[in-house]
Design a protein around this ligand. Structure first.
Ligand code: SF4
Length: 390
């Protein structure tokens, strides 16, 4: 979930909750998180889509009530940074006026729905999203763990299998819809009409089977599996990059972050679909003009560098990360990837990476094939010598 572990929950009774304590839930707009640069307000666009007026409106609101920076999350959400306690109510009111706020914190928390950005009008995706959104909003919807999520992955080949979700709708090899419990290689055949009711029944099964605060895959790993899930899944390994796709054009951003002016510039060209890859899909666009902060070259090395917020915006950071990433980008070998972390927590890339630089009190540690906390092969490297090690 991207940078969230660096954050502290707002309204925790006066104390600040440590990064490790807050794992297990995701921030929202009604449940913002506190970070080194203020509150982070996470907007969860309905259906994974922002109409042009909504995108433009978010840019205006974030400029007025935040610090002008916006993050894309790995769950297809948009985070407004640098919000203050004073500006928060005004921001929420503005978002509510644009139809971007859930009726309650509970509904917002449950409405974790990732939608394939490659859907086409009339292919049934919008109907599934709408019905699932409604089902998760009802008072009797199952109480699910904070990070529990749904993926609606309805295109002929699955695109979201590497993105976090617990219950998925995807296509089998014959093109039929199947319902999938994360962690299983098989799913249950469903139809457009039964899919959402079956998804809710699977969520209910999860709670009754003792899922508790775990994720679905952890329950499945115990050998407890739902009945009727016998249809093989397709294997998907989608790794989209900027460029044209049938629904529009995908664009990227250094470190998944942009300024409000960039969002407003993109909103001029179409509605925006969010993705779990920190790319935006500009609907029905073909050729975009140069927009400051937008990466359109799929070979751009900045797309292969992951860097957390770092100093000075994260209070726990021992080093600055993103300026270093920009400085190192021209030196990154073709196809190589790099993770830069301001400390050993590795918020931006919790899994092992081929190459990681971790900030230390003095300089950086170099780690091969590990996480930011793993044993380094070099320590105390000065920023100006790092280009020789990547
Ligand atoms: S420095 Fe980076 S990895 Fe460390 S807590 Fe802050 S955001 Fe997370």
């Amino acid at each position: 979930m991207g940078d969230a572990p660096q954050l502290d929950r707002l309204g925790d009774g006066g104390g600040r909750v440590s990064a490790h304590e807050v794992k297990g839930w995701c921030p929202g707009a009604l449940r913002p998180m506190r970070s080194g640069d203020g509150l982070v307000v996470r907007v969860r666009p309905f259906g994974g889509r922002l109409r042009r007026a909504q995108a433009d409106g978010i840019a205006t609101l974030a400029a007025a009530h935040g610090n002008g920076l916006l993050d894309l999350s790995s769950r297809g959400n948009l985070q407004i940074r640098g919000v203050t306690d004073t500006s928060l109510p005004h921001l929420i009111e503005g978002l509510r006026a644009m139809g971007l706020i859930d009726p309650s914190e509970e509904v917002e928390s449950r409405r974790n729905i990732l939608v394939t950005p490659f859907w086409a009008p009339g292919d049934g995706t919008e109907g599934l999203v709408s019905a699932l959104t409604d089902a998760l909003s009802t008072p009797d919807a199952p109480a699910l763990p904070g990070k529990f999520g749904f993926a609606i992955d309805t295109q002929r080949s699955p695109a979201l299998q590497n993105a976090s979700a617990d219950i998925r709708l995807e296509r089998d090899a014959q093109g039929g819809l199947i319902l999938v419990a994360e962690g299983m290689l098989t799913g249950k055949p469903v139809t457009q009409q039964t899919a959402v009711a079956e998804a809710m029944a699977l969520a209910d099964w999860f709670t009754r089977a003792g899922g508790g605060a775990r994720r679905m895959s952890a329950l499945i790993a115990t050998g407890t599996v739902p009945k009727g899930h016998d249809t093989p899944r397709q294997a998907g390994n989608a790794a989209p990059v900027p460029g044209p796709v049938p629904a529009g054009v995908l664009v990227g951003f250094a470190f998944g972050q942009m300024r409000v002016e960039t969002l407003a510039g993109l909103a001029k060209h179409g509605s925006l679909r969010l993705t779990p890859w920190r790319l935006l899909l500009v609907e029905n666009a073909r050729d975009l003009p140069d927009i400051d902060g937008v990466l359109i070259d799929p070979a751009d090395p900045l797309l292969r560098i992951t860097a957390c917020t770092g100093a000075p915006r994260c209070e726990q950071a021992l080093q600055e990360t993103r300026a270093l990433g920009r400085a190192l980008a021209p030196h990154l070998g073709a196809g190589a990837t790099l993770h830069i972390s301001g400390c050993t927590k590795g918020c931006a890339h919790p899994r092992p990476a081929p190459l990681t630089l971790t900030g230390q009190a003095r300089g950086f540690a170099l780690i091969h094939n590990g996480t930011a906390a793993d044993t380094p092969i070099r320590t105390g490297l000065a920023p100006d010598e790092l280009k020789d090690h990547i």
